[in-house]
Design a protein around this ligand. Structure first.
Ligand SMILES: NC(=O)c1ccc[n+]([C@@H]2O[C@H](COP(=O)([O-])OP(=O)(O)OC[C@H]3O[C@@H](n4cnc5c(N)ncnc54)[C@H](OP(=O)(O)O)[C@@H]3O)[C@@H](O)[C@H]2O)c1
Length: 313
């Protein structure tokens, strides 16, 4: 075991990726300062470290003084803050572009060793999705303000509590059909959340202070339709896979977006028009010395709860 005793500030640690990352960091003896909107709701993070190893700070990410209090004495910063849908208060540009701008400026001011920022696979110029546009702007803001930054662009992440497989498995519980937007032809490179967490840890240890981008995809690419077929096989359910043209999906998404946890938004329809796979133009998981785990080895370990008979069904 390494005894780092280095201090890491994490923004957005209470989410899916953060929870999976925390244990990897505390096992390596890092000390962690977690910036969260509500420390009382994130108490579950504390048992992931030794007493005193994880400290929670109530933070408004746009309050300079509060962010500075978190960054004080830190060696590394990790930014996991992100949203999948916009709401009245939460806007893509604010969360994915303005906050990275502010954070990277402060990393420079505080002499932080490295900032690891989580973007998304598929960001590129002239993308028609606002999510992707804001993620790209966030990357640009970071590289402009703070050179010792590593940007990780994961594809859709799977693992216990993921939003992808768990959401579609829930839909399959009550609907006889599963929709395939654009025929389900969009390709993804699903990556195990534990591998992304490992990539973050490795990024902290890189011997290089130049800006760097890694595209993080799993070992295989699958079409959306193939992913639904794998899921249905695993939860032992037969559902009709119905193709929904992009135009119709867009129309439906204008209504669906108002659900509390929207199943589909117009912006997500835009995202589905582009493949979400590693481009070959950037470094990858392999360059970080990580062998990605396959869906087949991980999915059965958590998705069985959607089978009629549960684990032994
Ligand atoms: N999961 C995926 O498949 C996937 C794929 C590609 C990229 N990513 C990116 O990876 C990052 C982490 O994803 P995740 O799956 O862990 O997301 P998540 O479970 O939704 O967690 C996101 C975190 O963002 C924080 N957050 C959101 N709005 C905030 C605000 N206004 N102020 C402060 N914090 C705010 C939340 O922090 P608190 O509630 O603690 O305050 C939450 O812990 C995101 O940037 C996401 O875009 C994820």
């Amino acid at each position: 075991m390494q005894n780092n005793q280095k201090i890491i500030a994490i923004f957005g640690a209470g989410g899916f990726l953060g929870k999976n990352l925390m244990r990897q960091l505390t096992k390596m003896e890092y000390r962690v300062k977690v910036a969260t909107r509500n420390p009382y709701l994130k108490g579950y993070l504390k048992p992931l470290g030794n007493p005193g190893q994880i400290e929670l700070f109530e933070t408004d990410i746009f309050n300079l003084n509060e962010v500075k209090a978190v960054l004080r004495n830190c060696d590394f910063v990790i930014n996991l803050v992100g949203i999948l849908n916009e709401t009245r208060k939460q806007k893509f540009n604010k969360i994915h572009a303005q906050f990275p701008y502010l954070l990277s400026k402060l990393c420079d001011e505080f002499g932080i060793e490295r900032l690891v920022h989580i973007s998304a696979l598929g960001v590129k110029e002239n993308h028609t999705s606002k999510y992707m546009e804001s993620k790209l702007q966030g990357e640009k803001n970071i590289f402009e303000n703070f050179k010792p930054s590593v940007i990780l662009r994961p594809s859709v992440c799977f693992g216990n509590e993921d939003k992808f497989f768990n959401t579609f498995a829930s839909i399959a519980q009550f609907l006889p059909i599963l929709p395939l937007v654009g025929g389900g032809k969009t390709k993804f490179a699903p990556i195990y959340v534990g591998d992304v967490a490992q990539a973050i840890v490795k990024s902290l240890q890189l011997n290089n202070s130049k800006p760097k981008i890694y595209e993080l995809g799993g070992p295989e690419n699958y079409s959306f339709k193939e992913l639904m077929e794998i899921l249905l096989k695993e939860i032992k359910k037969k559902r009709l896979l119905i193709s929904v043209p992009f135009g119709l999906a867009k129309f439906q998404s204008h209504f669906l977006q108002f659900m509390p946890n929207p199943l589909l938004t117009p912006d997500q329809v835009e995202m589905l028009k582009y493949n979400n796979i590693v481009s070959g133009q950037y470094s990858t998981l392999k360059d970080l010395g990580i062998t990605g785990k396959t869906i087949e080895t991980i999915l059965p370990k958590y998705i069985y709860r959607f089978r009629t008979g549960g684990e032994f069904g």
